[in-house]
Design a binder for this molecule. Structure first.
Ligand SMILES: O=C(O)CCC(=O)C(=O)O
Ligand SMILES: [Fe+2]
Length: 232
């Protein structure tokens, strides 16, 4: 159910992590400090966290722009809004235990429904031990994810997940949440598939704009008509 898109080059990731390492990070917030060790042990830089982290705000804005402008990301997420971007750092056995993401995130001005959660991996996977993102499906299956740096992983926000303890090295990620124009994960993947099919047909001189292509396009547009949501 998850998908992975390469977004940044290795050099871009190295530059970002080198800058972020110089900044003051804050302990990640957990609902009730009493439960802190049960829930997560990490450090974060959130948007507009402090004047000293202004450069992180600029990097977050650049990453967010790149994400929303990427054609592959658009065709997989049908993103409407990206909220709550932040950097997440785990080291010294830091972790984020199994949890459910909130259904709504944002600020007082704008509450956004979370359809898709994303992690952009910024650290070289060989530079830290553990730190896999584990997706835990209702059927009991679990999937461990630890891609190359620069890759962004999207998964439905309704899937329980955790970050395994980072037993060595440092894991730095960018995380965020997307409200999609297509709320249902299955509908999203059907639309991704038919969009890719139509694009592939368009790229094939034998099929482009022929009868089969036109019929596939008709199905695609009718599905978009049924499922596209513009409202909040
Ligand atoms: O760091 C990650 O990969 C995911 C973090 C997470 O699950 C969260 O912030 O809710
Ligand atoms: Fe989460």
């Amino acid at each position: 159910m998850h998908c992975t898109v390469p977004l940044l080059s290795a050099a871009e990731c190295d530059q970002i992590t080198a800058t972020l390492r110089q900044l003051p990070w804050q302990e990640g917030h957990a609902p009730g400090e009493l439960y802190r060790e049960k829930i997560k042990r990490n450090q974060e830089i959130a948007l507009e966290m402090s004047p000293e982290t202004k450069v992180a705000d600029d990097i977050m804005a650049t990453i967010s722009r790149k994400l929303m402008a990427n054609a592959d990301v658009r065709n997989k997420t049908f993103a409407k809004t990206l909220v709550n971007p932040r950097f997440n750092l785990c080291e010294n056995s830091g972790f984020y235990a199994k949890h459910a993401d909130s259904a709504f995130l944002g600020n007082q001005r704008q509450q956004v429904r979370t359809d898709i959660s994303l992690t952009l991996f910024l650290s070289d996977p060989d530079s830290y031990q553990g730190g896999e993102l584990s997706l835990q499906y209702a059927c009991g299956d679990a999937q461990l994810i630890k891609p190359a740096k620069g890759c962004v992983v999207f998964y439905p926000s309704g899937v329980m997940h955790e970050v395994k303890p980072v037993t060595n090295g440092q894991r730095i990620c960018f995380v965020g949440w997307i409200q999609s124009h297509i709320q249902d994960p299955q509908n999203r993947s059907i639309l991704s598939e038919i969009t890719t099919l139509c694009d592939d047909m368009m790229a094939d001189p034998n099929l482009a704009l022929g009868d089969l292509h036109t019929r596939a396009q008709n199905i695609k547009h009718n599905l978009f008509r049924r499922w596209w949501q513009n409202h909040n």
